[in-house]
Design a protein around this ligand. Structure first.
Ligand SMILES: [Zn+2]
Length: 612
């Protein structure tokens, strides 16, 4: 081939590649949203103290400190004297939305004026004007941003101003939403979903939702109470690997997978706080992490879903991850009587405060056990009703089809099946088996039932893979469940649950469980006499073997320990050694007493029966 011909082929190829690159660049998908991080000049930290433990901004002198609750995990604040302008580069043009959580408080007789302005050269267009002494709310406005226009937040007056990182987003007015709803119904036992009560299902709406979803019929939590279980969800780590305890929040270098998701999604949460509170590290990567006192109570399922609907109605966010959590089913049980009467028209009890830690193992008569169970079932029936309403609203709004909806719980609840109450004390299936139902966009995997053992640690890797968000899968214990849904196997051979580092009641010694196929082993560290003195006389813990081994296919209730009849398989013996080493290491490095609870938080824990 002649040299000139070679050159012309090369030039032609080069031009084609260049053209492709130019076209690709031009049509590259523009970001749907943008978080406006301010530079330090626009954020005046002088005169403020930041209380990291209680997540408060403190202002003023020693005698009279004004406390400002941080409006979001990350926020900006300044001391307003006269006028202050915050300039924000929009980076997005056309129809857009503006979101921030805004707090201000006047320190003079005059109101504070807050204006949202679009500015081009000297031309100014006022979009919103608030004049108040106090303001503490979401601030959402619609904008039509022209080229070269800037967004100005202007404040005049004297006082304190704080706001969360402003979000500017392209409004998605179409019905095709890229939404992920993660719904955590705290304390929902797996075997109560679809349970037959008086000839009817206890959860007709969840059953209906299941029809369009993938159902994981053997899903296990990695612990049996709220704090370690939800931390395993968000970190995809075993309890002894994330190491979060009542006394220590999540280390900064540990994974928290909302951070990864936040690269592609706006991340919001309404939750019941307490053991899913900010101070343990749960708010990382969230744009808004709001713990509402109203989500602690019975009836809070309705409040949670209503709050979620209000948010998505008002914002029209393009891509949203919304974590919803309620303590509706958690003791104390006080269901709406309308639902209780559906369970039993003449109930023995109308409400039950729940047993405190000291009465964890208290024996009561069968009739009373039945009455407690009815109250819990009525709470489930009530929650299911509002769950159904939520799903129907999403359908009417047109958001249902394209959304991913994950329904799960963190642990179950015991009604004296193994001689104890509530949760956080054992690893039997009434406590660690959880519902896990995932509705994928456009009902992909509709009606698929997966019976393999999966964990709460697998939920986030599944969400991330489904949304094509990259993360370091080597740094987590969980696995994406998509291969299972596509007929393949998981890499994992066992699944662990434990109460080791992050126990709920100090007097209960550590334990761990190993599940592999149809066998389950529980390893119980012994009670010593000092631990036993904690419990009331009439509620001492039952005698249990150090190692329990169950055939969970034949013995679903885990009543028959077959350790005497059977040699522990080598596979399990090896896992025991590995786990004991991992737990001992975690216990040795366990941090204590770092977290100080505020009055309000102690009140929440009291309301849930965790402290006397
Ligand atoms: Zn819980």
């Amino acid at each position: 081939m002649k040299l000139s011909r070679k050159i012309s082929i090369f030039v032609l190829l080069f031009s084609v590649v260049l053209l492709i690159l130019i076209v690709a660049f031009k049509y590259k998908k523009k970001p749907n949203f943008y978080r406006a991080h301010l530079n330090s000049e626009q954020w005046d930290k002088t005169n403020f103290e930041y209380d990291k433990i209680n997540k408060l901004i403190l202002y003023g002198d020693e005698d009279e400190k004004v406390k400002i609750k941080i409006p979001s995990p990350e926020c900006y604040f300044f001391n307003l004297k006269g006028k202050q302008l915050i300039q924000i580069e929009p980076r997005i043009t056309g129809k857009a939305g503006f979101y921030t959580t805004l707090y201000f408080r006047s320190m003079s007789e005059e109101k504070i004026h807050c204006r949202l302005i679009l500015q081009k050269g000297d031309e100014k267009k006022e979009i919103a004007h608030i004049q108040k002494m106090d303001f503490n709310s979401s601030f959402i406005r619609n904008l039509d941003i022209g080229k070269k226009e800037k967004i100005i937040l202007s404040f005049t007056g004297e006082g304190i101003v704080a706001f969360s990182v402003p979000i500017i987003y392209t409004k998605n007015e179409s019905k095709e939403k890229n939404y992920i709803f993660l719904i955590g119904a705290d304390t929902l036992r797996a075997d109560y979903v679809g349970k037959n009560i008086n000839g009817n299902s206890l959860t007709p709406n969840i059953d209906l939702f299941k029809k369009n979803s993938a159902d994981f019929t053997n899903a296990y939590s990695q612990s049996s109470w709220t704090l370690p279980a939800f931390m395993s969800l968000f970190t995809s780590l075993y309890e002894f690997n994330h190491g979060v305890t009542r006394g220590a929040s999540l280390d900064q270098e540990k994974p928290f997978l909302v951070r990864e998701l936040s690269k592609k999604f706006l991340t919001f949460s309404y939750n019941g706080g307490a053991f899913v509170g900010k101070k343990y590290g749960f708010s990382r990567g969230f744009d808004l992490y709001t713990s509402l006192a109203s989500l602690i109570r019975s009836g809070s399922g309705k409040i949670m879903f209503d709050t979620a609907i209000k948010l998505i109605e008002r914002t029209e966010f393009p891509d949203l991850f919304l974590f919803l959590h309620t303590y509706q089913l958690h003791s104390p049980y006080a269901p709406d009587l309308e639902f209780l009467y559906k369970i039993n028209s003449e109930p023995e009890l109308l409400k039950f405060g729940g047993y405190h830690a000291k009465k964890k193992y208290k024996r009561v008569d069968e009739k009373k056990v039945g009455a407690f169970r009815e109250l819990y079932q009525a709470e489930i029936l009530e929650f299911d009703h509002y769950f159904g309403e939520f799903i129907r609203k999403l359908k009417v709004m047109g958001f249902y089809d394209s959304s991913m909806i994950i329904f799960m719980s963190d642990h179950g609840e015991e009604f004296y099946e193994h001689k104890a109450w509530t949760h956080g004390h054992s690893l039997y299936n009434e406590l660690i088996k959880i519902p896990l139902i995932i509705k994928f966009p456009h009902n992909e995997y509709k009606g698929v039932e997966i019976s393999e053992d999966v964990g709460i640690i697998d939920i986030f890797p599944t969400i991330l893979e489904a949304c094509k968000v990259k993360f370091s899968s080597k740094s987590v214990d969980g696995e994406s469940l998509l291969p299972l849904l596509n007929g393949k196997k998981l890499n994992r051979k066992t699944l662990y649950s434990s109460l080791s580092t992050g126990w709920m009641i100090d007097a209960i010694p550590p334990k761990f469980s190993i599940i592999s196929k149809d066998s389950k082993l529980i390893f119980n560290y012994p009670f010593n006499s000092e631990r036993l003195t904690f419990f009331n006389k009439d509620s001492s813990p039952p005698q249990i073997d150090r190692i329990e081994f169950f055939d969970i296919r034949e013995d679903k209730l885990e009543k028959d320990n077959i350790i005497d009849q059977k040699e522990i398989p080598k596979f399990f013996r090896q896992r025991i050694e590995e786990l004991r080493m991992a737990i001992n290491k975690a216990l040795a490095t366990k941090k204590r007493g770092k977290i100080i609870l505020s009055k309000e938080e102690l009140e929440k824990l009291r309301a849930l029966g965790y402290i006397n």
